[in-house]
Design a protein around this ligand. Structure first.
Ligand code: ADP
Ligand code: UDP
Length: 236
């Protein structure tokens, strides 16, 4: 596997071409951003943790029947993944009120829902990733009806697998964001990352935040929170 030219540099990862047109290499950075890139910083060691955690979650999900882009971890920060055309929807699942949900509807954080919720944001940095519904996603031809239904059922399946997994680590899976991509043969698979950057994770006993909210909200103990999640993952 040969790493070739850089295809893209995002806020948290770089993506490189390889000598295989169907594969690319993602390289996880320590750069952290919040509020659509307005707040910038570094979380030392984050890239390593997010790489290892994402790969751990993708392998667990594959075993449970969820197809993912994961192929092979190359190094602490680099992983070979199947190259997909990303469906420009951020898929957000929530089990407990927090973040933009709490703000939008004027409720406190920490309310456990009877059923998980799903919502989509249109993945478009210039527009600030606006909330979008399935009819608008269809109108904009971001995906087909079948693809959206498939994405929804996969996202709920991911939630069931991850909720049970984190519960064993004494962690509450509050909410998270997923991205899906399309392979050249038209199959929808789970892509991007699953990490404390993209999930809200609370300690079950103390409700302490073990995720990027510590960075967003200047709470301190950011690196320690990422390390604590990593420690629990590795201990399991
Ligand atoms: P952003 O683009 O939001 O700043 P990142 O820094 O995480 O995010 O950049 C990684 C980019 O790679 C994202 O745009 C993501 O959608 C894309 N991506 C993730 N997985 C794949 C994949 N398997 N194939 C192609 N692109 C991918
Ligand atoms: N999220 C993400 N990327 C985004 C927006 C949200 O990974 O661009 C994750 C976020 O970490 C949280 C969940 O999606 O776990 C729900 O985020 P929310 O809508 O509450 O937005 P935020 O509070 O981050 O603005």
């Amino acid at each position: 596997m040969q790493k070739k030219e850089q295809l893209y540099e995002g806020k948290a990862k770089k993506v490189f071409a390889t000598d295989d047109a169907n594969l690319c290499i993602v390289d996880y950075k320590d750069d952290a951003t919040a509020f659509n890139g307005e707040k910038k910083g570094t979380i030392t060691g984050k890239g390593v943790i997010n790489n290892v955690m994402s790969n751990h979650m993708f392998q667990l999900l594959e075993k449970q029947g969820v197809p993912t882009h994961f192929v092979e971890q190359l190094s602490e920060r680099e992983t070979v993944v199947k190259k997909v055309s990303i469906v420009p929807l951020e898929v957000i699942i929530r089990n407990i009120s927090a973040g933009s949900f709490a703000k939008r509807y004027g409720v406190e954080e920490g309310i456990a829902f009877d059923q998980p919720t799903i919502e989509f944001s249109y993945k478009n940095d210039d527009l600030g990733d606006p909330l979008i519904n399935d009819y608008h996603a269809l109108a904009l031809k971001l995906a087909t009806r079948e693809e959206i239904e498939n994405i929804q059922s996969m996202a709920f399946k991911v939630n069931e697998v991850m909720k049970a997994y984190f519960d064993k680590l004494n962690v509450i899976l509050v909410d998270f964001k997923l991205e899906f991509g399309k392979t050249p043969d038209g199959k929808i698979i789970l892509a991007d990352e699953i990490s404390p950057d993209t999930c809200r994770l609370w300690d079950k006993d103390t409700k302490e935040k073990l995720d990027k909210d510590r960075f967003r909200r200047d709470m301190g103990g950011v690196e320690e929170a990422y390390q604590e999640i990593m420690r629990r993952l590795m201990a399991e």
